[in-house]
Design a protein around this ligand. Structure first.
Ligand code: ADP
Ligand code: ASP
Ligand code: MG
Length: 411
């Protein structure tokens, strides 16, 4: 008998009807002959509501209490789903992350999974039960409840699939799979049948939030087969697999150069102005930011003039105030003249393994943006990705025009 891990996102369990539909699907999967472990997110927008509630009672809620609060969301859905499954005559049992043996480090709000014990899950499954696990949470090495970062239920599901040796990890969501762009922004986006781990990593890292970045890293490192699909239509979706796995020669030849266009409006740009251009300056700036726990992403240093230069970088938007406080000290220490922050930016990226062998992709991207009158503020690349930072207001137009220019629109 095979084993499937099936994860249901917030919109998939948003209300009692949805929970009953998911319960029905779990029971069907079980009756078709597969053992099944379900991972659930909090209902609908519960996590956002809880975050807001914390903000209403405290200016700077602490990480430990925040995690206690947010994990309650997933706890509600796991218990309701378990009741709904039992109501259909199929034994089920729910577990918190801690009960499932998901051990993390102590970094509240973005804890990393260190170990998945899973003993109680294995025991429940071998007793013929559907095991239902609360996503997005674990217990730290110092025995506090932790969360894995927003979207972290994907990571719970993939980590459990790896630990239990599941045949596949199915991520059920409100779209039919991974598309060539966010279908909410680009109505002409197409569903991809297959995406390689490397492409999916780049897409997840640059705003394609259909899968959490950590879950893709986990899947690649443990070679977990991930199937992203819809809990509304139950249609076959997108497989995330090794590059070229199961692809025949014709398919490989026909594969598009670009797999997708992603966008991210969750970052801000920070520029340190006229900093002396000498060895050790960049090290000082980014060491201080790292020590403050600020995750710096894209970095661009301008050409130097008269021994001075500007350095720009991006940080997550919620970290902008903290970054500004750090920059005040950095400006003094490095004898720069000042710094500026800009929260009205966005990043648009092209992702595609075909980029490795096809020259001219960057040129075509820049030409397309130029013809739309979009100004590029920063550029960064990897072997299979090109990203541009633009004004936030230009992001949607840029995504749509690039999607069309690279032939991704559906017929
Ligand atoms: P869940 O609650 O099920 O985890 P998410 O909201 O985290 O769902 O992820 C699904 C959403 O991801 C979709 O509704 C879609 O708007 C968005 N999305 C962004 N980029 C893509 C893409 N390339 N393909 C599919 N969905 C995408
Ligand atoms: N409920 C959490 C969130 O909204 C985790 C998840 O849905 O994956 O981020
Ligand atoms: Mg999600």
């Amino acid at each position: 008998m095979g084993l499937l891990v099936q994860k249901f996102g917030g919109s998939s369990v948003a209300d009692p009807d949805r929970i009953r539909a998911v319960a029905d699907h779990l029971v069907r999967t079980r009756r078709e002959g597969s053992d099944v472990v379900a991972v659930v997110s909090a209902m609908g927008k519960t996590t956002d509501d809880l975050v807001r509630l914390a903000g209403d009672v405290a200016r700077h809620p602490g990480g430990r209490e925040m995690d206690m609060l947010l994990t309650a969301g997933e706890r509600i859905s796991m218990a309701l789903l378990s009741m709904a499954v039992e109501d259909l005559g199929q034994p089920a049992v729910s577990f918190t992350g801690s009960q499932a043996g998901i051990v993390t480090d102590t970094d509240h709000g973005k804890a990393k999974i260190i170990e998945v014990r899973g003993d109680r899950i294995r025991a429940a499954v071998s007793e013929g039960k559907v095991a239902i696990v609360a996503g997005f949470q674990g217990v730290s090495t110092s025995l506090d409840i932790t969360t894995l970062g927003r979207g972290g239920s994907d990571t719970t599901a993939v980590a459990l699939a790896a630990a239990l040796g599941a045949d596949a990890c199915e991520i059920y969501t409100d779209v039919e799979g991974v598309y060539t762009a966010d279908p909410r922004i680009v109505p002409t986006a197409r569903k991809l049948a297959r995406v390689s781990f490397d492409e999916m990593l780049e897409m997840a890292a640059t705003g394609g939030r259909v899968l959490a970045l950590r879950s893709v890293e986990f899947a690649r490192n443990h070679n977990v087969k991930v199937h992203v699909r819809s809990s509304f239509t139950w249609a076959p979706g997108t497989w995330i697999t090794e590059e070229d796995a199961e692809m025949d020669a014709v398919e490989a030849m026909e594969q598009a150069i670009i797999s997708g266009v992603t966008h991210d409006t969750g970052e801000a740009k920070v520029t340190i102005e006229r900093v002396p251009d000498r060895p050790g300056i960049a090290a000082t700036i980014f060491r201080d930011l790292a020590e403050a726990g600020i995750n710096v992403d894209m970095i661009v240093q301008n050409v130097s003039s008269a021994g001075h230069t500007d350095i720009s970088f991006t940080v997550p938007r919620p970290d902008v105030d903290r970054t500004a406080r750090c920059m005040e000290k950095i400006v003094v220490d490095t004898e720069a003249i000042g710094f500026a922050t800009d929260e009205h930016i966005g990043r648009v990226s092209l992702v595609g393994a075909g980029m490795k062998t096809h020259p001219g992709i960057a040129a075509r991207m820049f030409e397309t943006l130029a013809s739309e009158g979009v100004n590029i503020e920063m550029i960064s690349t990897s072997t299979i990705r090109i990203s541009c930072v633009l004004a936030e207001d230009d992001v949607e137009r840029a995504v749509r025009s690039l999607h069309a220019a690279f032939g991704l629109d559906k017929e």
